[in-house]
Design a protein around this ligand. Structure first.
Ligand SMILES: NC(=O)c1ccc[n+]([C@@H]2O[C@H](COP(=O)([O-])OP(=O)(O)OC[C@H]3O[C@@H](n4cnc5c(N)ncnc54)[C@H](OP(=O)(O)O)[C@@H]3O)[C@@H](O)[C@H]2O)c1
Length: 246
């Protein structure tokens, strides 16, 4: 039986990926800060004996101990998925919001993927590391500077690890999922987002990309088209575009 860990599985896309893997027959370790939501999945009779969980806050130093406890409950892992993340519109550049974003999407992210890299390297075994970054990493948004920058960093970081894996002769497959707008708690419920996807649809496409071991997957095709066209926009033009503030 294949085994996976999903960090950030309490809600939204991470929860969907965890449920999809469970429906496919995987043994899954789930993590996040909201223990009640972790328990809800773990106690479901549908998945009896196939879910382990640990409360993990990726911003804390003891997060690694908790990940290791989770792995020892599963025995071993084939796949490590980091979905944990926060996102805020912050047009006033409130420093506490910018810091929170970097703590979770920056340091927390690094803590998780570095651990996974060293795990597979240490075990000298084949493995897969998947992350959920964002299309905001492909072009930055003025009202979400920290979010855009940390998402760009995540994609870059994974590329660096992929090169490092070749240098280390470690057989790790890397998958970078870049969703467009999906209806989850991370978005402002009072705001309209274009081409909004349901979390089930985005979660299905994310899981499929992971199982197909895609290197990069923009979700969905409409956002893939959008990011293609905006990649053609020169920076001097992009910087003059005005997006509506919250
Ligand atoms: N929805 C979109 O439109 C969209 C678009 C592009 C990218 N994404 C990315 O998708 C990922 C998942 O977000 P979502 O849309 O599914 O929103 P969500 O429902 O808010 O999910 C965020 C997940 O991250 C976890 N998390 C947040 N802070 C954490 C921390 N300090 N330690 C551990 N886990 C933490 C949350 O768990 P706890 O709160 O229980 O800790 C939750 O499980 C994020 O990385 C986000 O940037 C989303």
């Amino acid at each position: 039986m294949k085994r996976a860990i999903i960090i950030g599985a309490t809600s939204g896309l991470g929860r969907e990926i965890a449920l999809n893997l469970l429906h496919t027959g995987w043994l899954v370790g789930i993590a996040g800060r909201r223990e009640d939501l972790l328990k809800e999945i773990a106690l479901s009779s549908e998945f009896e004996g196939r879910v382990e969980y640990e409360r993990i806050d990726v911003t804390t130093a003891d997060a690694i101990d908790a990940v290791e406890r989770l792995v020892s409950k599963l025995g071993d892992i084939d796949l490590f998925v980091n979905v944990s993340g926060v996102g805020f519109q912050n047009p006033t550049l409130d420093p506490s919001i910018e810091k929170k974003t970097f703590d979770v999407n920056g340091y927390g992210f690094m803590r998780m993927v570095d651990w996974a890299y060293n795990y597979f390297k240490g075990k000298k075994r084949k493995g897969q590391i998947a992350i959920v970054s964002s299309i905001a990493g492909t072009k930055p948004l003025g009202t979400a500077a920290a979010y855009s920058a940390t998402k760009r960093m995540q994609s870059h970081y994974l590329t660096a690890l992929s090169q490092l894996a070749r240098m280390d002769a470690v057989d790790i497959q890397f998958t970078d999922i870049r969703p467009g707008f999906a209806a989850t708690d991370i978005l402002n419920p009072n705001k309209h987002y274009p081409m909004m996807m349901t979390k089930e649809y985005a979660g299905y496409l994310a899981t499929r990309a992971i199982l197909q071991k895609k290197r990069v997957a923009i979700i969905d095709w409409k956002f893939a088209l959008l990011t293609f066209f905006w990649s053609l926009i020169p920076r001097c033009v992009w910087e003059r575009l005005t997006f509506v503030k919250n």
